[in-house]
Ligand binder design. Structure first.
Ligand code: NAI
Length: 390
């Protein structure tokens, strides 16, 4: 039987366990968090498997083994699926690397940016000749209802872009993802393309900066938490537009120097919004209108944290900065630096965000701060020449 190992024990891991085991894969689970091993085992004993609840039906799948020890579950895996917050990709790859079989496929969903640089640096690629792939986004919106027992699939995306290295293995990856029904997997040229096309790295830090800079100390009661997407004002829309323009400039430069790079694969932010939300944007006159009138974004708020006083403050350690800056915008900035393209607005956003995160990435206009090594910028992996990017 085909065997896959899921790394992680969160929302997405629950869905993968249920769907893949139901489709006939032998599914093992690796999670280094000991309490998750016990809670998953207990939940599965209770129900006989994990139930993925969709609006139409329940899909039940039972994993074979769950362990916090990689040697128990990684050997013999044809497919490794990493579905974790990006900060956990590195430690997970480090833990499993010695137990991987030659020819293994290692994929991440979602990839965020620069996953391939990190994966290659942590795996013995000469021994393994691995296939590495990434999905641009998680195919589902999903939430655990009862840990180890029930996960709810709130929605499944119709289309998910993905990239594979080497490209010859694309068909094999699509076949390996056959347990994910109803999703059109669309290949983009490379993991570099996937990285540059990651719009979350513009939208999340860009809106956080636009809405929150200068208001870092503001407090509000629960009913007055600012809206995130619907809060986009002219200033914030200007920041997002300028960031998108800078990405297009990076693409034009890369197309000159990397023959396989196709800039047409990277949409502007405005075009991306319109094609991602074809039916839920009511007014697409401007970039700002497209954000504030998008019904799919309605009601979503700025991430906040409750203070001892009972009042709320913006949570600058939330994923919109903590994930989308070191594993997103900083990676893009590193690529721009190698392509010699100035990115003044992206720099402005990173400079503000690194202060909120208590980190140093950009120093005097160069990506040489003390914390670059913890990011996935190419420079963190010794890549100093754009030819090594592809
Ligand atoms: P989650 O927050 O449920 O995953 C948490 C899991 O990460 C934990 O259960 C644990 O297994 C693992 N983990 C946490 N800290 C760790 C550490 N230090 N070392 C190793 N493992 C650790 O995440 P979820 O919801 O499953 O999402 C996975 C990814 O998909 C995230 O990047 C998320 O932003 C993204 N995503 C999730 C969506 C959703 O609807 N759940 C929708 C779109 C994207």
């Amino acid at each position: 039987m085909r065997k896959l190992t899921v790394c992680g024990g969160g929302n997405a891991a629950h869905v993968i366990i249920a769907l893949a085991a139901n489709a006939g894969w032998d599914v093992d689970v690796f999670t280094p968090l000991e309490d998750e091993v016990e809670r998953l085992q207990a939940g599965i004993r209770q129900r006989g498997g994990i139930i993925a609840r969709t609006p139409e039906r329940d899909i039940v799948g039972r994993p074979r083994r769950i362990s916090g020890q990689p040697q128990d579950v990684i050997p013999g895996s044809e497919l490794i699926l990493i579905s974790l917050p990006a900060f956990a990709h590195g430690p997970t790859l480090r833990a499993i690397a010695d137990y991987l079989d030659p020819g293994v496929t290692v994929g991440t969903l979602p990839a965020r940016s620069g996953f391939d640089y990190q994966a290659r640096s942590l795996m013995d690629t000469a021994r393994l000749s691995p296939v590495i792939f990434g999905l641009q986004t998680l195919p589902w919106a999903c939430r655990i209802v009862e840990y180890g027992q029930v996960v709810e699939i709130l929605g499944t995306k119709a289309r998910v872009d993905f990239a594979v290295a080497p490209v010859e293995a694309r068909a094999r990856v699509v076949a390996q993802l056959d347990f994910i029904a109803g999703v059109d997997f669309v290949a983009v040229a490379s993991l570099l393309t996937l990285t540059i096309a990651n719009t979350g790295q513009l939208i999340h830090p860009g809106i956080m900066y636009g809405l929150c800079q200068g208001r870092e100390a503001d407090c509000f009661d629960a009913g007055h938490t600012p809206l995130f997407y619907q809060g986009v004002d002219d200033f914030t829309a200007g920041i997002l537009q300028a960031m998108s323009d800078e990405v297009q400039a990076v693409c034009a430069a890369l197309a000159e120097i990397l023959p396989d790079f196709d800039p047409a694969e990277i949409a502007t932010l405005y075009d991306w919004l319109l094609h991602s939300y074809p039916t839920s944007i009511e007014n697409s006159a401007t970039l700002r209108d497209a954000f504030v009138s998008n019904r799919a974004y309605a009601g979503l708020k700025v991430p906040v944290r409750c203070q001892e006083s009972g009042m709320y403050r913006v949570d600058f350690k939330a994923r919109y900065l903590a994930e989308d800056v070191p594993y997103g915008l900083v990676v893009l900035r590193g690529i721009a630096e190698l392509a010699h393209v100035p990115t003044p607005t992206i720099d402005q956003v990173i400079t503000w965000a690194q202060t909120q995160l208590g980190r140093s990435y950009l120093e005097n206009g160069r990506l040489c701060g003390a914390d670059v090594a913890e990011t996935r910028a190419p420079q963190a992996f010794g890549i100093q020449d754009f030819h090594q990017l592809a």
